[in-house]
Design a protein around this ligand. Structure first.
Ligand code: SF4
Length: 217
């Protein structure tokens, strides 16, 4: 089987299992998703959604975040962890959006990653889900699952992003992230993957290796 045949088979199965792309972070516009994604670092999407439900009612615009009191915002986002850095970055990011982009979120990757606290992962989430620009988002699940499947041998998220862009058709770039997240949460769980129940097993070099090691013990 060629690598292309393997990728096609994996993509078909992921689509059958988890459907097309969906965003796990609740939002109504690009700036809300930008802030929600910043809050999601080292925090679950479920927790972020609880916090942003009230947060976006209190701060109703980029301007409101730009003018927020640091200590008060820290309290508001406290339960997402790393709240001091997150609050500082959100205020700095929104000030730049306000003063350099008329309060709008840019879609350009360089402009996005030029904002405080915004790396390629956050930028790609916004580009994919708000602007419909095909974007590969590499989070902890995508990193683990794509390595186990043998789609990459890299550990660096940016290198993985570029590896996946080379082998996954562009129209699937945004889908693959949410599908691998779903798979990573439900089946390919960190340190205890359920390979026996996994539809990707026939294509998964990592899973097959794990099974052989189990049989030896
Ligand atoms: S076969 Fe196992 S290791 Fe491979 S993707 Fe499935 S659960 Fe993960």
């Amino acid at each position: 089987m060629t690598k292309k045949e393997k990728v096609d088979a994996v993509l078909t199965l992921l689509l059958e299992e988890y459907g097309p792309t969906k965003c796990y972070l609740e939002h109504e516009n690009p700036w809300q998703l930008l802030i929600a994604t910043m809050l999601s670092a080292q925090c679950t999407d479920a927790r972020v959604n609880i916090v942003t439900k009230d947060l976006f009612q209190k701060y109703t615009s980029v301007k409101a975040f730009a003018e927020a009191d640091l200590a008060e915002l820290e309290q508001d986002i406290h339960s997402t962890g790393f709240y001091h850095n997150k609050a500082k970055n959100i205020i700095a990011c929104c000030r730049k959006l306000l003063h350099e982009y008329d309060g709008e979120v840019p879609s350009n990757i360089d402009a996005l990653t030029g904002l405080a606290g915004v790396g390629r992962k956050t930028a790609n989430v916004v580009r994919g889900h708000c602007f419909g620009i095909p974007s590969v988002v590499v989070d902890t699940h995508v990193k683990r699952v794509s390595n186990l499947l043998g789609l990459t041998t890299n550990q660096d998220p940016v290198k993985i992003e570029f590896d996946l862009m080379k082998i996954v058709p562009q129209e699937k770039w945004t889908d693959i992230n949410t599908q691998m997240i779903a798979h990573g949460r439900k089946v390919c769980i960190a340190r205890r993957p359920k390979c026996a129940e996994c539809v990707l097993f026939p294509y998964c070099t990592g899973g097959q290796k794990l099974q052989k090691e189990k049989q030896k013990t």
